[in-house]
Design a binder for this molecule. Structure first.
Ligand SMILES: NC(=O)c1ccc[n+]([C@@H]2O[C@H](COP(=O)([O-])OP(=O)(O)OC[C@H]3O[C@@H](n4cnc5c(N)ncnc54)[C@H](O)[C@@H]3O)[C@@H](O)[C@H]2O)c1
Length: 352
């Protein structure tokens, strides 16, 4: 039996509790939140026996083999490093950290401790993304030349997910002082991860960030200063020589949560559109199809989720590709994007 603790019991923790709670051979034995009432309600909801309001107490109690850290981005580093020091395996939420030095320190800590480490880039749960990335890697579309990626949300434009003005879960995402890197860090990390998985590593980024007036007559809501970016637009160069555009916004009216990547090669193209399907991707390849621009839909057999892969890695000791080292790479893309934006969108090289 693998004993799991969940640290941070806000919105996303429910996905962790449901996924791990449904797995054979896994018991959620403890949970923790600085907001004790929230942790207690969570423990009641998922029948978790032990509740903490201090994660170090949870880690020190000897009741867990592994933890899921579902805390705000700026808290990920301290939790992961503390877990690693106690030889506790860790699945950390995305992005890996609030900044690149913290991300590197996390990767060093888990490497030194020899514990299983993963970042929950949850769109890797999509069989379409996994299989399409294998199709590109195996040369099905030839040499990758051009990429277009977008991640579109609209929770600042409408309230389908609740009113952001009155909810901490949205407000911390709008405030750099609360550790947010804006839409770039919050969901840009997903679309950078998805793009790199499909098209290859990124070597250069030129990025523009925009923070829009939210029509409140003030940039303050309680303790939150609404200064984090709401939109980003990057032009990127891939290590393999391809070029691409990657962009995201929280003001994309008409889209709740739309991720799409198109990769064009000299012998074909693939499209992963998660609004369309998590288990189907589209491909255009072969001379006759290319000439007529005929696309075929590929239906994919299920692939294991991040949660399943984390438990498998803990059981077998074999690392997963969505590890902290990959998390550092994505963090370097975020860092490079911020640096470029601060230099009037000049291209910057990505140094890992
Ligand atoms: N993988 C995904 O698709 C996905 C989706 C949503 C959120 N996330 C990530 O999950 C994390 C949490 O996001 P959320 O939407 O659940 O936020 P949230 O604000 O709803 O929940 C965070 C919880 O952490 C608690 N917390 C803060 N500091 C803590 C500490 N030191 N120790 C213990 N608990 C602490 C807060 O009180 C809160 O209950 C973020 O990193 C976010 O980027 C990932």
């Amino acid at each position: 039996m693998i004993r799991l603790g969940i640290i941070g019991t806000g919105g996303m923790a429910n996905a962790h509790a449901r996924a791990f709670g449904a797995m054979r051979g896994v018991a959620i034995t403890a949970c923790c939140d600085v907001n004790r009432a929230r942790a207690e309600a969570f423990a009641t909801r998922y029948a978790i026996p032990k509740v903490y309001d201090d994660y170090t107490a949870l880690l020190d109690d000897g009741r867990v083999d592994a933890v899921a850290s579902v805390t705000p981005d700026s808290v990920h580093a301290e939790v992961a490093i503390a877990a690693a020091r106690r030889k506790i395996h860790i699945l950390s939420e995305k992005p890996l950290a609030g900044n690149l030095p913290d991300a590197r320190a996390m990767a060093e800590a888990v490497e030194k401790a020899g514990v299983i480490n993963m970042v929950n880039f949850s769109y890797r749960n999509s069989a379409a993304l996994q299989r399409a990335s294998r199709a590109v890697a195996s040369g099905q579309i030839g040499r990758v030349m051009h990429v277009e990626s977008s991640y579109l949300q609209s929770w600042l434009a409408q309230d389908a997910w609740g009113d952001w003005r009155t909810s901490d879960t949205w407000l911390w995402r709008l405030s750099t002082a609360h550790g947010s890197l804006g839409v770039l860090g919050d969901v840009g990390c997903h679309i950078y991860d998805m793009t790199a998985l499909l098209a290859g590593d990124i070597g250069e980024i030129a990025c523009r960030l925009q923070t829009f007036d939210k029509g409140l007559g003030s940039v303050h809501v309680g303790p939150y200063v609404l200064d984090a970016n709401d939109s980003f637009v990057s032009t990127v160069g891939f290590v393999n020589g391809a070029v691409g555009t990657i962009h995201s916004s929280r003001w994309a009216s008409g889209h709740h949560n739309s991720l799409r990547v198109r990769v064009y090669g000299d012998e074909g193209a693939v499209e992963v559109d998660l609004d369309h399907s998590y288990s189907e991707y589209r491909i255009c390849r072969g001379k006759a199809n290319l000439r007529k621009a005929v696309w075929r839909t590929v239906t994919c057999a299920p692939t294991p989720t991040n949660y399943q892969r984390f438990i498998k890695a803990v059981r077998t000791g074999a690392p997963d590709p969505s590890d902290f080292a990959n998390g550092v790479k994505i963090q370097a893309y975020l860092h490079g994007s911020l640096e470029s934006a601060s230099l009037d969108s000049r291209p910057v090289r990505i140094l890992l």
